[in-house]
Ligand binder design. Structure first.
Ligand code: RUB
Length: 312
């Protein structure tokens, strides 16, 4: 795999040291850039083979966040456009496409913060789940604009990413309350808006995000609380346009309890779930705010899809 950092990045995505869909996408682009820079290939074909190997190794790390294949696709599409080019040109193309993805991705998070903050009112009580850079960008931007907001943050078992969120929000000065996941319905009537991120968004507007998101959406729906999703356009899943289902990652039971302590008990640990579009009020992207029903059109436009064409 060439450069040792490429292997390290793949390992850190798998073990969740690098986590969160946007970060995973940027890390994949970084790995491809490092692979391109350090490649010892002496021919264009050899170079493309190496990049392909790194790409498929990265794709095998985690299955749910489409930011990963979309980032890989963004870089490799740049190479496909240079078909027949010499080694120097290909190397340069891989590096610049990776840089472009990373720059575009960081910019998107910032823009989502600004666009989303317009939908947050002074005095709002918000709720978020897990740790999403996009959702937190909306909350922090609204707060920086002088809006008095406070936030309920769920612990987000089993990996407890909520603890990262509470640290980040409280460091920014936002009044923050940490609750366990099962306290969501207890507090939902005190909340004005729920804001979460996404790992994938399907063509029908369904949102795939950290396990527990759909229960929060259900509780919000019941209490008539608005439910917002903040996601960059590379979180839209092109494969769902042709009926592919988003794979829900199941992680080892050890992340929940020591299985040896419970012989004969099956332990399941799905780490994402699907929130139906009916429970989503709007999706905040860097291109603007859309209803979930516009996901199909967005995917078609973004990926320049034509009927019959297979996308990832
Ligand atoms: C993280 C998670 C986040 C989304 C969006 O799951 O579900 O809500 O990835 O995050 P995990 P972002 O911790 O298992 O990767 O907005 O930062 O891309």
């Amino acid at each position: 795999m060439g450069h040792p950092d490429v292997k390290r990045i793949a390992r850190e995505i798998r073990t969740m040291k690098i986590r969160g869909a946007g970060r995973v996408g940027r890390a994949a682009a970084t790995a491809l850039k490092l692979a391109a820079k350090s490649s010892k290939a002496s021919t264009s074909a050899g170079f493309l083979k190496e990049i392909e190997e790194v790409a498929s190794h990265l794709l095998s790390t985690r299955p749910t966040a489409v930011s990963l294949p979309n980032a890989v696709r963004f870089v490799t599409l740049g190479l496909k456009r240079e078909r027949g080019a010499d080694l120097v040109t290909l190397r340069r193309a891989a590096i610049s496409r990776a840089d472009e993805f990373i720059r575009m991705s960081r910019m998107a998070v910032k823009t989502i913060g600004e666009i989303g903050a317009r939908r947050v009112s002074d005095g709002d009580v918000l709720m978020t789940h897990c740790n999403s850079d996009c959702a937190l960008a909306v909350i922090k931007t609204a707060f920086e604009q002088g809006k008095h907001v406070e936030v309920f943050v769920t612990e987000s078992r089993p990996a407890r990413q909520g603890l990262i969120s509470v640290r980040e929000l409280s460091r920014a000065g936002v009044p923050t309350t940490l609750i366990v996941d099962s306290a969501v319905r207890h507090f939902i009537r005190d909340v004005d808006k729920v804001i979460v991120g996404a790992d994938s968004i399907a063509a029908n507007g369904a949102v795939i995000n950290k396990i527990g998101t759909s229960q929060i959406a259900l509780a919000a729906h019941e209490a008539r609380v608005l439910f917002f999703v903040a996601a960059e356009s590379y979180k839209f899943h092109p494969g769902t346009l042709v009926g592919r289902l988003v794979e829900i990652e199941e992680r080892p039971p050890e992340e929940i309890v020591k299985p040896k302590r419970f012989p004969r008990v099956k332990i399941r640990n799905p780490v994402f779930d699907v929130t139906p579009p009916d429970y989503v009020d709007l999706i905040i992207t860097e291109r603007g705010i859309i209803p979930p029903s516009a996901a199909y059109t967005i995917i078609q436009e973004l990926f320049e899809w034509r009927p019959g064409e297979e996308l990832i």
